[in-house]
Ligand binder design. Sequence first.
Ligand code: C5P
Length: 293
Amino acid sequence: MNALTKWLARAKVNLVLDVVGARADGYHELRSIFQSIELADVLTIEPAAEIIVDCDAPGIPAGPGNLAFRAAAALRTHCGVQQGCRISIEKHIPAGAGLGGGSADAAATLVALNELWQLGLSQAELMLVGATIGSDVPFTLRGGTCLGTGRGEVLTPQPVAGALPLAVVVPPVAVATAGAYKLVDEWADLSHPDPAAALRALADGDVVALAAALGNSFEEPVARAYPAVARALRTIRSVLPAPAGAVLSGSGAAVVVVGASTDALAELRRQLPDCFIWVGRTASAGVSPLVEN
Ligand code: C5P
């Protein structure tokens, strides 16, 4: 077995996200379409005496504040093993964006260590360990297109016609997830988008219908609290002629854009020079080995 392996940890977007309501355990009940995208961090996982995390991006914690560190520690406890590992993270997924970057790193760590430490756990068992690290870890591990309920960890895979083009616009601000849920709790007239039409559009590969079916309960409260998000949404919607569509991903700050032409995306880059704009496609997997030629 190769002792040094590279892994792709793919980001997710939420095409529809309904925050159904608060639960007694402090979490919120969700109904959301989770979708993997090609944007990915690259993790190199090697044997080591202890758990060590290093990351090429500033501001990402190296110790237990890092979800990849917590994933390795949780897996070690779950399986009663003593080994350590060095986890080197090449960061491409913006943090605090609602793209599940930290969760994806945790998911890739679980998959990689299952191989490196020869644990033989099933994907379902890795997802259970992942759910103890964060609500988005099970989806970023499984990947593809899923309807997520519960706190986002109860996942039902959905049929899709194939990969779809999309873009992600990230305003220069980080949104803290727990704070965004507080904003939702305080919002009087919360929207509750229904995933049904978007699921049909995904099954049909119908980008126009998908663009019309996007929705997110977080969008209004988060846009009110974060002017940079409101400005990005306003600009995107003024530049993109219908039938393109845009919606906040997760608790933000990223905005998913579906059905935009190359010209419209070039205009967005001109009008939003301080935003990170990624253009790519949906993906059918969450974590996979990176095969280098
Ligand atoms: O599960 P995770 O650690 O990602 O959640 C971070 C915070 O977001 C939680 O502590 C909780 O306040 C909030 N949350 C929630 N309902 C969810 C997921 C997260 O209230 N379904």
